[in-house]
Design a protein around this ligand. Structure first.
Ligand SMILES: *Cc1c(COP(=O)(O)O)cnc(C)c1O
Ligand code: SF4
Length: 334
């Protein structure tokens, strides 16, 4: 339990946990008893994309271990500032598939809604670290444009709540949006792409289960976990509650050098996910976003790892290895 900052996790609501996240690199290093020499790089990376990590996630990081696989996902580094050829600020060119505020329509039949620009955690490899969130956070009035767009295109059958992290929005807001969508007859499925159940499992409140479990859609949730150490008992409990509410649970992982590019780690991740009621869905090759080049795994190693997983695990525990490619009509298998 982290007690160095003002609070312990146990007594706090999810909103309070969000509000009291660690945002100061100095504090992070102190709480985790890390070498102060890491500070200079941490402050430099933090200046480009701020540090943000809630106490509930910090608890799962081993103290004194600069190579902890969870720490490496959140600790800013000076190397993030290096320019690497082939890496850019909008590698997916999503800004060209943005026909209404807060809506991205890139693939047939599915639209993404950027429901909340905020995240509970800032993942250093994030492909949205440079996305213009400010222009894409509609209020209630402005959602009408996105809702009209969906209503006018009967080929759209699935709406995906995305972000940022959609579960950073309030349940009241989310319930309102689900109700609006329920009145569009051609919609069949609702999907939530979120890292919050992994990062702050207390986010899965009764109110949350109500709008998620009690709507007319077939509802799925794609969580985002990269390492089995992320899936402790509190996360397991949250995922079980979701499953009991009839939400189909899937996981996406980003392949990250030094964090999960090892066969036994990926195997343990798949097995742990299944214990928690979740099926592996995608294993993503890193998006080539400036600041994240040091996480890249070669295509050759990615294919080899995937091949090995097919040999060692049942087929349903092997995620699809994909890369997102601008203008491709789907995520592209490697
Ligand atoms: C990943 C993604 C989707 C969903 O794709 P699936 O293959 O159905 O999981 C939809 N829209 C965008 C922009 C995406 O990046
Ligand atoms: S939670 Fe997802 S969207 Fe948010 S910073 Fe992490 S990877 Fe990016």
């Amino acid at each position: 339990m982290i007690t160095g900052s003002a609070t312990t996790v146990d007594s706090l609501s999810w909103q309070e946990q969000l509000a009291t996240s660690i945002r100061d690199p100095r504090e992070l290093l102190q709480l985790l008893e890390l070498d102060p020499e890491l500070l200079e790089g941490a402050l430099a990376g933090h200046g480009d994309f701020p540090l943000r990590v809630p106490a509930a996630y910090l608890q799962r990081i081993e103290k004194g271990n600069a190579n902890d696989p969870l720490l490496r996902q959140v600790l800013p580094l000076g190397t993030e500032l290096l320019d690497t050829p082939g890496y850019s600020t909008d590698p997916l060119e999503e800004q060209s598939s943005n026909p209404a505020p807060g809506l991205i329509h890139k693939y047939h039949g599915r639209v993404l809604l950027i429901v909340s620009p905020n995240c509970a955690i800032n993942c250093r490899y994030c492909f949205r670290r440079h996305f213009p969130y400010g222009d894409n956070k509609p209020g209630r009035g402005e959602w009408q444009q996105a809702l009209d767009y969906i209503a006018q295109d009967s080929s759209i059958t699935e709406v995906i709540f995305s972000g940022g992290d959609p579960l950073a929005a309030s349940d009241r807001q989310l319930q309102w949006l689900v109700e609006q969508l329920e009145s569009i007859p051609h919609l069949k499925r609702l999907r939530i792409h979120t890292r919050l159940p992994v990062v702050i499992p207390d986010r899965i409140t009764d109110n949350c289960l109500q709008w998620l479990g009690d709507n007319r859609f077939h509802t799925s949730m794609v969580i985002h976990s990269n390492h089995p150490n992320e899936l402790d008992d509190s996360v397991d409990a949250a995922l079980r509650r979701l499953k009991k509410s009839n939400v189909t649970l899937l996981n996406q992982t980003v392949l990250l050098a030094g964090i999960n590019n090892a066969q036994d780690t990926l195997e343990r991740l798949s097995e742990r996910l299944f214990e928690c009621g979740v099926l592996p869905y995608y294993l993503h090759q890193l998006d080539r976003i400036s600041g994240a080049a040091h996480f890249a795994v070669s295509d050759q190693q990615a294919r080899q790892l995937h091949q090995n997983l097919m040999t060692s695990l049942p087929g349903y525990l092997v995620p699809k290895l994909v890369r997102e490619t601008p203008y491709a009509p789907h995520k592209v298998p490697l």
